[in-house]
Design a protein. Sequence first.
Length: 278
Amino acid sequence: MSVRLDRLRSLIDREIPIAPVHDVFQVRLVGVGAGRAVARMPARSLTEQADTRCGGPLWVLADCALGVSISSTLPEDRGITTLRLAMHQVASWWPGSGWVTCVGTVDDVDAEDGTSRGEVRDSEDRLLATFDTRCAVIPAPEHWLHRTPEPAPDGSDSDGQLDVELTVEAAAVSMRARTGSRLGNARGAVQGGVMGLLVDRMLMPLLDQPDAAGERTPLRHDVEVHYLRGAGMNADLTGTAEQVHGGRRLRTARAEILDPRGRPAITATGLAYPAASG
């Protein structure tokens, strides 16, 4: 057994989260082998999120399982950073209880990058979403599993809660978000799944509308996120999204998130084929 794999498996027995963000979203690694990882989270996280049409916390769960599946194959002095993460949401409902589980499996890994894919299912083994990712392989410090979050120097830490403000117009959305220290990954940057969650929230008003009763049921949709640079914790992020095509059935949109210096950190696209109204 490799040192990396042995350390990952030790986290299962001790029920210690790999990164601070996993504690916030109650994500736990429950199985790991060479090129395979299993993680789970409470199903209620989906029904309690701000916009229940989105995949939301599934992004955090999938980023954990798919990333660990790649990381489990690497030597101790190498780590990963996400280049691309895509979700294909297939369920039009969310489970109200139990667990949701993501199984991540490696497709290919070499000295430069790795790819993996995963399925998210509920406690009755019903498919909720699929994910796939590409990650770059990078040098990693020896303490990669021992990083502790650093609070904001000005005392403004949001304690892990995402402070998000969306402004929705007819065919555009703008966002302002504050990232707390507990939303980070093991390398000390905002976890890629959190960034995916933010993008999903931005795109949703352009891909779907609540029904006549104001209900926000899960939307079957695709979102593809590309990561250009990492975003630090305790930082203010801004983002914009615009509708590309707003047809009666097929709708597409694109989004961008900027880091505190105004540089592009994320680009993304979304596609939905919602049921026709009326």
